[in-house]
Design a protein around this ligand. Structure first.
Ligand code: DC
Length: 220
């Protein structure tokens, strides 16, 4: 029997960092499901497939191979794409791609397979609602749009990328609307998920809080 922790929430809520930290602390395998959507977006860019070309998308999905190893490396069709899938062309393309039903159906299968037989902490938008509705622990991690924009601007400044706060905030609000209002598997809190608002918390505080929630559930 495997143990599954589902962490859902909007872009910029800190899910990635927190999930990685908690996974390391508790010895759970960390799975980033956004990376699987990014792999599909990259494959479509590589093969120059347009969002409306359903037959081509189907064929591409029949042949796609996505793998993740324990060091957090991501492989698309046996090529390492860990950094490539974080670049701007993929950032811009991935959100519309994630609304396509056949893409979500295929990735659902892949995500469940990656987690099979392991103790995992999985982050995404629909883990507690669709991928693992029977997860042992469900967390919905949130933060205000303004705080998420501030975090993104700070991250970019640290990387030397000049960024406007207003532009980032608008981008975050647009993405929230698209992720929450799509027909298939929209971003929403599962009824039985624990809501954690990280707006006024440090990374360490959120890591400790979520670790504690999971430990309590493991000891039951
Ligand atoms: O978490 P991220 O930014 O890497 O996610 C990339 C995109 O994939 C994002 O626009 C939402 C989508 N996504 C999704 O629809 N469902 C998931 N479980 C994970 C990501």
């Amino acid at each position: 029997m495997s143990f599954v922790v589902a962490i859902d929430g909007p872009a910029g809520s800190g899910k990635g960092t927190i999930t990685k930290n908690v996974g390391e602390k508790l010895g759970l395998v960390y799975i980033d499901t956004g990376a699987t959507f990014r792999c599909v977006a990259l494959n479509m860019l590589q093969e120059k497939i347009d969002i409306n070309e359903e037959e081509k998308i189907k064929k591409m999905l029949d042949n796609i191979n996505i793998e993740m190893n324990e060091n957090g490396q991501i492989f698309l069709n046996n090529e390492e794409v860990t950094n490539r899938i974080r670049q701007n062309d993929v950032n811009d393309f991935v959100s519309p791609i994630s609304t396509i039903k056949i893409v979500r159906d295929k990735l659902l299968e892949i995500q469940r397979k990656i987690a099979q037989g392991k103790n995992v902490i999985m982050e995404g938008r629909d883990i507690g609602t669709v991928v693992f509705p029977n997860a042992d622990v469900k967390i919905y991690l949130d933060a205000s749009a303004e705080e998420r924009a501030r975090r993104r601007v700070k991250q970019n400044q640290e990387k030397g990328i000049p960024t406007s706060y207003e532009e980032v905030l608008k981008n975050i609000i647009d993405r929230d609307n698209r992720d929450s209002n799509r027909e298939v598997a929209p971003l929403k809190k599962a009824e039985d998920a624990i809501y954690v608002d990280s707006t006024n918390m440090t990374i360490e505080e959120v890591t400790n809080k979520i670790t504690e929630i999971i430990e309590n559930s493991m000891s039951k």
